[in-house]
Write a protein that binds this ligand. Structure first.
Ligand code: GLU
Ligand code: MG
Length: 437
């Protein structure tokens, strides 16, 4: 019997999960027009499969329309089926945009940046994750043996990255036990989040094929190192020229980049509920974890919320084109679309408000007194998801960046997630997140 290949049409949702429905590959052309049916309340399925309070209940219908630019086909030549998936936008059945479609939310943010400042974003997500195997061992931080323990996975992953049309950059054994890191090349605008979503899928697919367990959980246990997601960004004009760098500035940042970053920092406490959205995300966002704990811009400082990254004078890429900054207060419990939308809106708001250039820090902020932090306009980030959600809902500017219904849906979703965990011990909570991300 000749096998009928299936394509999964999928969305990265509020839970940061990629969910979808498959259809026969022979129907692709038709499905690009009419999509596949989808249910509004699916948006309230938490990462733990519980269903949070939904304003949609059992009512209503939507369609997910695949976007062919994200079509991914992977032939592993291992005797198992070819992998085929495509990401899509969620629409009402009359074709209009659905209010909780994460891709449409990001599209609106990127368009706002373009219309307010006539500039585009260029960037890439960097991901840390765990791969659990029998070889897991102490003493392997950054080691060649730690790398070799997963060389097969690494080579399969990099091949899949190439097949998917992304650009592999580096793969390494990270610091933590079982922890690895994968970086990919930067792309323009909206595709930054598509590539991050595809990359996470590739990691999962390759791990499944090799019978390994992968996890992007923000933190495996409170004593461990976290799995960060770091979003590298630079700005460019309509002709594609880099406009992040200005040699006249001590730290090399242009005025527009300074305002964009100032916006991120001003609104960070109110958007972190979207960028670091799990209960355990806040145990990663503490001092000395090389994540970020304050709303600061750091010069080459891995504890900064936004880090000015180094340039390499030996590279074939011009220094001003390499120049970029990195957002570190995020993790893979967040949908790349929502995290990036929040950052882009905050940055655009900073340009619109013509904010002053942020103070650049080069020191351990956890050693400063409250008044020293206050003088530098620096605040500690929310220390729990509850506080982060409160800051989000009480900031009308931030709520206003999103479709009317979104904030309420988001809060209810997160309340449902917290309710699921409410009777668990700390150990059980960490294990629950490790098993679902
Ligand atoms: N694991 C750290 C984090 O949680 C990042 C370490 C690094 O700088 O690569 O963000
Ligand atoms: Mg790293």
């Amino acid at each position: 019997m000749k096998r009928e290949p299936l394509i999964i049409a999928a969305t990265s949702d509020i839970a940061g999960k990629v969910r979808g429905k498959s259809f026969p590959a022979s129907q692709l052309e038709k499905r690009l027009e009419r999509g596949v049916g989808w249910t509004p309340t699916n948006v309230q399925i938490t990462c733990f499969d519980s269903i949070a309070d939904s304003p949609y209940g059992a009512l209503g219908d939507l369609v997910m329309i695949p976007d062919l630019t994200t079509y991914t086909e992977l032939d592993f030549q291992d005797g198992q089926p070819i992998e085929r998936f495509v990401l899509g936008n969620i629409h009402e059945t009359n074709g209009s945009t659905w209010e909780c479609c994460t891709r449409s939310i990001l599209r609106a943010a990127i368009e706002r940046l373009e219309s307010v400042a006539n500039i585009s974003l260029f960037g890439a997500f960097e991901h840390e994750f765990h791969l659990v195997s029998n070889e897991s061992a102490l003493g392997n931080a950054y080691t060649t043996s730690g790398f070799r323990a997963q060389r097969e996975f690494a080579e399969v992953l990099v091949t899949a990255i190439n097949q998917a049309g992304l650009r592999p950059d580096t793969f390494m054994k990270e610091y933590g036990i079982d922890q690895y890191e994968i970086t990919i090349g930067p792309v323009l605008g909206f595709a930054i989040a598509d590539h991050a979503t595809i990359l996470r899928e590739l990691v999962r697919i390759c791990a499944e094929r090799l019978r390994l367990h992968s996890s992007f959980t923000p933190l495996r246990d409170p004593m461990d190192v976290g799995n960060g997601v770091h979003i590298h960004m630079s700005l460019c004009d309509k002709e594609g020229n880099a406009i992040t760098y200005d040699s006249k500035n001590k730290y090399g940042l242009s005025q527009t980049a300074g305002q964009f970053i100032a916006g991120i920092l001003k609104y960070l406490d109110s958007i972190v509920a979207l960028t670091a959205p799990s209960v355990i995300s806040y145990s990663r966002l503490i001092p000395h974890r090389w994540s970020s704990a304050f709303n600061n811009l750091g010069f080459r400082d891995r504890e900064a919320a936004v880090r000015i990254c180094p340039v390499n004078s030996l590279s074939d890429i011009a220094e001003m084109d390499q120049f970029n900054f990195e957002f570190r207060a995020t993790d893979a419990a967040a949908s790349p679309y929502l995290a990036l939308a929040a950052i882009v809106h905050a940055g655009t708001q900073g340009i619109e408000e013509e904010l002053d250039f942020p103070v650049v820090t080069e020191e351990d902020l956890s050693l400063l007194s409250e008044s020293e932090l206050y003088d530098r306009n620096i605040v500690r980030l929310p220390e729990t998801l509850e506080i982060a959600l409160e800051r989000f809902t009480s900031n009308e500017t931030v709520i206003g960046w999103f479709p009317h219904a979104f904030a309420d849906v988001y809060i209810k979703h997160k309340q449902g997630e917290m309710a699921y965990l409410s009777k668990m011990t700390e150990t059980e909570i960490y294990a629950a997140y490790a098993s679902v991300y």
